[in-house]
Design a protein around this ligand. Sequence first.
Ligand SMILES: [Zn+2]
Length: 347
Amino acid sequence: MRPKDWIRNVGAGFLWRTGLSLPARTGRDRLTIVTFHRVLPDPAASPLPHLAVTPDFLRSALGFFSENYTCLPLAKAASAFFAGERPQRPLLAVTFDDGRKDNFLHGLPALRSTGLRATFFVPAGQVEDTSPLWHDELAWIARHLLQKERAEVLGSHFPELVLDGDAVHAVVQSAKALAGEQRRKLLTALRAEATDLRLPSWEGPMPWSELRQLAREGHEIGSHSMSHDVLLDRLGADQETEVAESRRKIEEETGAVVRSFCFPTGEYDETTLREIRAAGYACAVTTKWGSNDEATPPLELRRIDVQGDRNAGRGGRVNPAVLAWRLSRLPGTPVSGGSRETGDDRA
Ligand SMILES: [Zn+2]
């Protein structure tokens, strides 16, 4: 354990034992929204391991939430919060981004065992497409090329990057600045360099049948756009289709009303917000770090990314003291104010 983490754990333990970081105290008058992406028995099997938690970790985190918070799917939690409801155990919504297969395979059993209902954000145009989302595919290819000691292929596309141990993450971050068309060209070129890459069976989307099952069990299906493209005017995204069409498509397939939207990679501009309003969403979540108060715009809600490696204690289960501290706004926490990317919490 790094000295910095040891000091953090000791501090968090003290705050927990003295009750200073108890959610009933720190989450009062706040709407807390937590983010997960993948649930995998072996997070290191993913090329973006910081976006994955183990089923055991998830189960213990959900246990912590249900003991300390009033947990509701996002649209219900936000509607209660902005209507002024302040239950003794503060409101919290659990969200899963990207709608990947592992959410159903490993996330749903953990939710069932804790009786908690969550929100799943799904790129509606990718549900019937078994290929990975663009950022996942880029990560798979980047890791493959690095493992095969073919870093120079990546280097020719990303001359500005240092291709070290964190290179996969850096490549994906760098590609987020590209317009959709440019990125598609990049992926086509890189795909041709990695024809021997084989993806595991758990890579790919949850099909509509599984999303319908989630909705039947009381979970919320929200929109995560059509394509998971970065929705910015300057990148030439077709924001109306991404925002409105995705809502229509999910409602048609699941029969449930879609009230929540999640900005792909957390990026949005004035056009996005206008489209979100026009399409009739009640709330939208960003990747800005923090919890929400009554002044937070419901279409720009903050979240807290719950990473396994940052919040785990013994046996890979959640360390309640550390998680409580991270969910609080006590000194030392990565509090609101930055536009920190989900999964980028490496500071
Ligand atoms: Zn996403």
